[in-house]
Design a protein around this ligand. Sequence first.
Ligand code: AMP
Length: 241
Amino acid sequence: MVVAEIGRQLTVAAAGPFAVILFGSPGSGKGTQSRYLVDWLGIPQISTGDMLREHMRRGTETGQSITERMRAGSLVPDEMVDSLVRDRIRAEDCRRGFILDGYPRTVPQAGAMLELLSSVGGDEVVIHLAVDYNVIVSRMAGRRVCVKCGTLYNDVTRPSKSAGICDLDGQPLAVREDDREEVVRERLRQYEAQTEPLVEFFRKTSKRLVEVNASVERPEVIFGRIREGLKALPGGEVYPA
Ligand code: AMP
């Protein structure tokens, strides 16, 4: 694979795309780091969680079949997410590469993803955001969302000016359905059982794994660590400055 830098964009002049696999537990800051990576590398983010929520919102057959599992914080079947990702990465905007946020989440999904990638001549880099269990629970317990405009707050890291009220439209703040405590615990249980083994899987199989401690610092500091980690990998000098 040949990767060269043009402006602030990562350019892949290989047969296939460059996949940046971002994984970490719920509440590890994957979504925030994905957005930084999108801006830095100029490739799109693919979030299976967002795609599944969109199916639920539109009430598609897929959406209807997963409502219960999503509400309970359980994973949806591997084949379903495998096929969503397979279809999505065929799109033109994924030609150079893409950031996978929340996929793969099981060892079989990782196997399917690596096979798919090698079938299109692509390559991957893996970023693992490691966060302490207690930090995650307190981060997620503090999350609040505006019932009207959807703006996110956090009692600890991003409080609203007036408790329980949105700064932008004065509407009440609520706890998101999948941030309810029992759902958070179930999501963490699933993560430990199904996704934690991926760390070992990638330690064994991937030439390019970056492990970042994402427990305490601000998101920009964590992103700085990701960039340093990527640049320290073999061939890392090709990333944007
Ligand atoms: P997220 O927004 O990534 O935290 O995902 C929200 C929910 O979508 C998860 O709790 C799962 O129910 C489902 N989900 C998202 N990605 C996957 C995946 N790769 N495999 C199975 N279920 C997933």
